[in-house]
Design a protein around this ligand. Structure first.
Ligand SMILES: Cc1cc2nc3c(=O)[nH]c(=O)nc-3n(C[C@H](O)[C@H](O)[C@H](O)COP(=O)(O)OP(=O)(O)OC[C@H]3O[C@@H](n4cnc5c(N)ncnc54)[C@H](O)[C@@H]3O)c2cc1C
Length: 401
């Protein structure tokens, strides 16, 4: 097996690198989570989205008719890896537009929906920014327990209920929402539908929730008699559970490529840090414990990279990787956690400084990752949920529900 990239991919990597050097001007993000970032970063994020779209990179692997370039999944992977390495923000259009809304609409949306919603995403426009509302106070891992109700009335649905942890809802133009359209069902997985909600609709209240770093990334969402046209139903009514399994696979698959390049860069910085700093009169890099920790992290990042290649190869053959996406997400969580912990051990007390402190080492990358990884291991399904999927689809174990 030859892992060498072709000329097209190498040229692309080079161009993204040049773009980052010119455009990033000291910004750094560790992962694409800058989409959910501090208010002062949002304008910059949207400017970058626009520029990425103009370069033809933002949705490069989407078909041309939907604003893509028809690029191969491998080119897409190289672009994402390099964007992640440099911490380029604005690659997701909210937290949802590129990772799963666009791909899901192409798979099971109507032609009218594709024409209306996909082009603004591909163009990096504010109208292409999406949030996703699945979780509710009593429905997280047990997603099928959702209670938010959509009742059909003529050519509209009227929605009432509450969502929670809705990342980016305070910035999004549209919401990709799961609702209950039938309550008289034998199994709670039935009677769920997917619907597109205009965030400007009367009856929607967005209330901020701060994460433990004090940053406003997610929200509570209250829906009080929100009217939504029936044409906003995505796929088949009451078949939402099945559509969502596909969307979630897209989401889980998108996480490892968003993180892998940033992890590589942080590891390079940590290696340099141990060479440049001493402990008890010797370079830290000479300490066997530190060397082994760095080597372990390097091995893990390589494995994650290989998982990314494997899934990309399968997608290029038209396969839909369900358990592989869950595996990559679960393993990515482990890699993030261990890298962040090793970073804190190496930089010591500096890792306790605020990301933006002038005394922070390595541009605050260690602290930032340390703050991000617990949330990331919960978002898009907890580690336990991913392992349940691997158990069911890879090992043929009984369903967990
Ligand atoms: C950073 C972040 C961003 C998020 N963004 C969004 C968003 O944009 N939109 C959205 O809809 N949601 C979002 N979420 C919510 C996320 O999807 C849920 O938090 C997640 O699904 C877990 O649900 P829960 O919080 O209700 O925990 P619970 O489901 O109550 O889980 C609690 C614990 O029990 C374990 N557990 C539960 N069921 C099982 C089982 N069957 N087997 C084994 N263990 C189990 C879990 O693994 C976990 O450790 C986000 C969360 C975070 C942290």
């Amino acid at each position: 097996m030859d892992f060498k990239f072709g000329e097209t991919e190498e040229r692309l990597r080079d161009e993204v690198r040049k773009f980052a050097r010119v455009e990033m001007k000291g910004h750094f993000a560790v992962s694409g989570l800058e989409e959910e970032s501090r208010d002062e970063d949002w304008e910059f994020t949207m400017q970058i989205s626009k520029k990425l779209a103009q370069k033809g990179w933002l949705t490069m692997s989407w078909p041309r008719e939907y604003g893509g370039q028809g690029a191969s999944p491998l080119e897409q992977l190289v672009y994402m890896d390099e964007a992640s390495y440099w911490g380029i923000p604005g690659t997701q259009m909210g937290v949802s537009g590129i990772g799963w809304v666009g791909p899901s609409l192409m798979l099971f949306g109507s032609e009218e929906q594709r024409k209306k919603y996909i082009p603004p995403i591909a163009a990096g426009e504010p109208d292409g920014v999406w949030c996703t509302a699945y979780s509710e106070p009593n429905a997280g891992s047990d997603f099928a327990n959702i209670q938010t109700r959509a009742v059909r009335s003529g050519d509209e649905y009227i929605i009432n209920g509450q969502k929670i942890w809705t990342s980016c809802a305070h910035r999004a133009r549209w919401c990709w929402m799961a609702v209950r359209t039938d309550v008289n069902v034998a199994k709670k997985q039935h009677g769920i539908s997917l619907i597109i909600v205009d965030m400007k609709s009367p009856g929607i209240t967005v209330k901020p929730i701060l994460n433990f770093a004090g940053v406003h990334i997610f929200n509570e969402l209250f829906l009080d008699n929100v009217h939504v046209p029936v044409s906003n139903l995505v796929g088949t009514e009451n078949r939402g559970w099945y559509h969502l399994m596909q969307s979630l696979a897209f989401e889980r698959h998108s996480i490892a490529p968003m993180f892998c390049g940033g992890a590589r860069r942080l590891l390079e910085y940590l290696v340099k840090y141990t060479r440049d700093n001493t402990y008890k009169g010797k370079p830290m890099s000479a300490d066997p414990v530190i060397r082994h920790k760095l080597a372990e992290r390097a091995i893990e990042i390589d494995i994650l990279k290989m998982f990314g290649y494997e899934i990309t190869w399968k997608m290029s053959k038209g396969l839909i990787p369900i358990y592989e996406a869950a595996r990559n997400k679960a393993y990515c969580d482990v890699v993030m956690q261990r890298l962040a912990t090793t970073g804190t051990e190496i930089t010591g007390i500096y890792s306790q400084l605020d990301v933006l402190s002038k005394w922070a080492k390595l541009m605050g990358m260690v602290t930032r990752l340390y703050m991000i990884f617990p949330g990331m291991s919960i978002a898009a399904g907890t580690d336990e949920v991913q392992k349940n999927i691997v158990g069911q689809f890879k090992l043929g174990l009984p369903r967990p529900y």
